[in-house]
Design a protein around this ligand. Structure first.
Ligand SMILES: Nc1nc2c(ncn2[C@@H]2O[C@H](COP(=O)(O)OP(=O)(O)OP(=O)(O)O)[C@@H](O)[C@H]2O)c(=O)[nH]1
Ligand SMILES: [Mg+2]
Length: 666
């Protein structure tokens, strides 16, 4: 269990931690000289046999709220210390508001300096505390009077902490490992040690991690050489614990880590400087600042300048801050009214490793005031359209606490197919965790250029059915044609040209082809056994053409030579070729060269094979020429044709397989 102190300056926090653990956490010379805590202090003690409790002692002075915030991001219990003679003071209130906004699960109030007051004052201080806590989440918190110099009241505090630690449920280990770094130092003989709170996942000795600092945007790759949890050697640490990691790696240079940095699993989602959040403004601060105001975001152990703007004119209501079911019913206007809650977008001056559910605080650093707090709903919101109804529906889906319900709503909010990669990154899901959710929801998962997409099973079945209907309708309307190409099918199905639309169509066709319901012929699709109905003369001439083109493979004769070989004048051959082209029976790849549809499939297959073999997935013209042996000029024409057909894309220098390796007609 991790406990942090909270409360006004000089109210006895450090004295209490010392009395409970025997450790003086005011280590800095300046702290000892001034008798005041400036930075976080750390201690741990076994309050009962085998029951280690970690303590984070925070400063109470108003100037050091920033340090206090770095200590309380991931604690199990807060120890609010209030001096009986003073009663609640400004930082008592501010710290309490922070603990509430961070949704710290438990609070124990210690009424300190009980030896300095009489019974009447003690009772009065208790009453003041009662009024302070009334109506809030900690209204039922236990209040224990303590006199640190005599030790009176300490056994009750210890007993309460032991009971809380015993009742504590281990946090789920879900997600990629993330640690919010709060200290970093060198240990003789061991090297670099980094400490902090594990916000999610699990880490074990030997793991490779990514250290993210503002200086190292790409992150440094490091190995966990050793690990301690609450002062004891351990093999692994997990969410909810504080740990010290001894790191090794060539990229780790002296002094290159510190508070606010992040240690992440190598597969963890990237850092982000844009957070879509559920925000709660504290009452009593007047109108919330406008979108230009620079505030300070405190998340994990990081403090980052941030701007805030409301999202949409409708936003999730106050209920969203709790664990209540969210979404449809909980819509509320006025996301920016003081004391109200709403959805907002935070734009950060520096990226953070935020994940769904992370709590944070917003302060006005200049005025030294806590203004708001909330939790991260989506750390990867889109640059544009962040207030569109579709986007707000996505946020309502993501805001659901239960991951399966959230994914179901996320899929249902998607117009065609849901971006499963976005969902997994936002919720910090590992691949195995995401796969379980996909399976439980019986999602059809489709690979696309933009990552995995998901459809409900019935929606997927609907697309497959409509695809076959569209091909049937095409055959009925155009019996002399091979069948529709992808563009025609997308149009017939009303699918549009988005990456998702292309991926869904391709996957539906591939499934139908694999199941024997469709066939590919070149760039077109048809029902198996479909024979285009042709006039007898055309059929005969096509057969003759086939006999000449087929043996020529990837380098068929140019039209002039084809005409000569057929014994036809060119002006008679050209209209025939045009007719066959319109029906998909022949394909004009270059101005003077026509191919059989099956040979076009071979041209695409060659491009796909090259892209697969090439490290960066490009289709290199010289390599294409060498592989196909069709010569330089025809290679250029073929690659231009593949660009036009949507199989490759030319960026001015090189050709790339569209939609990655999955796209070429298959
Ligand atoms: N008589 C009496 N004095 C106390 C008690 N608790 C703390 N003190 C004294 O109050 C002074 C401040 O105590 P600290 O523990 O440093 O207070 P703090 O809350 O840690 O202060 P900051 O860290 O600066 O916010 C010290 O001189 C303590 O000896 C108590 O229960 N009784
Ligand atoms: Mg102190």
């Amino acid at each position: 269990m991790i406990v942090a102190t909270a409360g006004h300056v000089d109210h006895g926090k450090t004295s209490l931690v010392r009395a409970l653990t025997g450790v003086d956490t005011d280590r800095l010379p300046e702290e000892q000289a001034r008798g005041m805590t400036i930075d976080l202090g750390f201690a741990h003690a076994a309050l009962a046999p085998g029951l280690a409790v970690g303590f984070i002692d925070v400063p109470g002075h108003e100037r050091f709220v920033r340090n206090m915030l770095a200590g309380v991001a991931a604690i199990d219990l807060a120890l609010l210390v209030v001096a009986a003679d003073d009663g609640p003071m400004p930082q008592t209130r501010e710290h309490l508001a922070i603990l509430q906004l961070l949704a710290v699960p438990r609070l124990l109030v210690v009424l300190s300096k009980a030896d300095r007051v009489d019974a009447a004052r003690l009772a009065q201080a208790g009453e003041e505390l009662h009024m302070l806590l009334a109506g809030g989440p900690f209204a039922a918190a236990t209040v224990l009077p303590v006199a640190t110099p005599t030790g009176s009241g300490l056994p009750a505090v210890r007993q309460h902490l032991v009971a809380a630690a015993q009742a504590l449920q281990a946090r789920p280990m879900a997600g990629h490992f993330r640690l919010a770094v709060d200290r970093s130092f060198l240990v003789a003989g061991a090297g670099r040690v980094v400490t902090g709170a594990v916000l999610s996942g699990r880490v074990a000795v030997g793991d490779m991690l990514r250290l993210q600092t503002p200086q190292m945007q790409q992150g440094a790759s490091l190995r966990v050489r050793g690990l301690q949890v609450q002062g004891l050697q351990a093999d692994a640490a997990q969410a909810g614990q504080r740990c010290a990691l001894n790191l090794a790696g060539a990229e780790l240079k002296r002094g290159e880590a510190g508070r606010g940095d992040w240690l992440l699993a190598e597969a963890a989602p990237p850092l982000t400087d844009r957070l879509d959040v559920q925000l709660q403004w504290l009452p009593g601060n007047g109108q919330p600042p406008g979108p230009r105001a620079m505030l300070q975001l405190h998340l994990g152990a990081a403090a980052v300048p941030a701007r805030v703007s409301a999202l949409g004119d409708a936003a999730l209501g106050d209920a969203a801050l709790g664990d209540a079911a969210l979404g449809d019913a909980a819509l509320d206007r006025s996301a920016t009214a003081p004391g109200r809650a709403g959805l907002a977008r935070l734009r950060l001056a520096r990226p953070v490793a935020a994940a769904w559910g992370d709590r944070f605080i917003l302060r006005d650093a200049a005025a030294n005031r806590t203004l708001a707090g909330g939790w991260v709903v989506d750390p990867f919101g889109p640059e544009r359209g962040s207030s569109q109804p579709l986007r707000l529906a996505q946020l309502a889906a993501l805001a659901r606490p239960d991951p399966a319900q959230a994914l179901a709503a996320w899929v249902d909010a998607a117009p065609l197919a849901a971006d499963l990669g976005h969902f997994a990154a936002a919720r910090n899901l590992r691949d195995d965790e995401a796969a379980v959710l996909h399976k439980d929801l019986a999602l059809q998962v489709i690979a696309s250029a933009a990552g995995p997409l998901g459809l409900r099973a019935d929606a997927w079945a609907g697309w497959q059915q409509r695809l076959l209907q569209a091909v049937d309708a095409w055959h009925a309307a155009q019996p002399d044609s091979v069948g529709p190409d992808d563009a025609a099918l997308r149009q017939a199905l009303g699918l549009g040209g988005t990456v998702a639309a292309q991926a869904v169509l391709r996957a539906a066709i591939a499934t139908a082809v694999a199941g024997g319901a469709l066939q590919r012929l070149g760039l077109r699709c048809c029902r198996p056994g479909h024979q285009p109905v042709l006039a007898a003369a055309d059929a005969a001439l096509l057969a003759q053409c086939g006999a000449l083109l087929q043996p020529a493979g990837l380098r068929p004769p140019i039209v002039g030579d084809l005409a000569s070989a057929l014994g036809l004048p060119l002006p008679e051959l050209l209209p025939f070729l045009g007719r066959m082209g319109a029906r998909g029976l022949l394909v004009q790849v270059a101005p003077n060269r026509w191919f059989l549809p099956e040979t076009v499939a071979d041209l695409a297959a060659a491009a796909r094979a090259l892209a697969a073999a090439h490290a960066d997935g490009a289709v290199d013209a010289a390599a294409y020429r060498d592989r196909t042996g069709i010569g330089r000029n025809l290679t250029v024409q073929v690659l231009e044709f593949l660009d036009r057909a949507g199989i490759t894309r030319f960026d001015g220098k090189r050709h790339w397989l569209r939609g990655g390796l999955l796209s070429a007609c298959d």
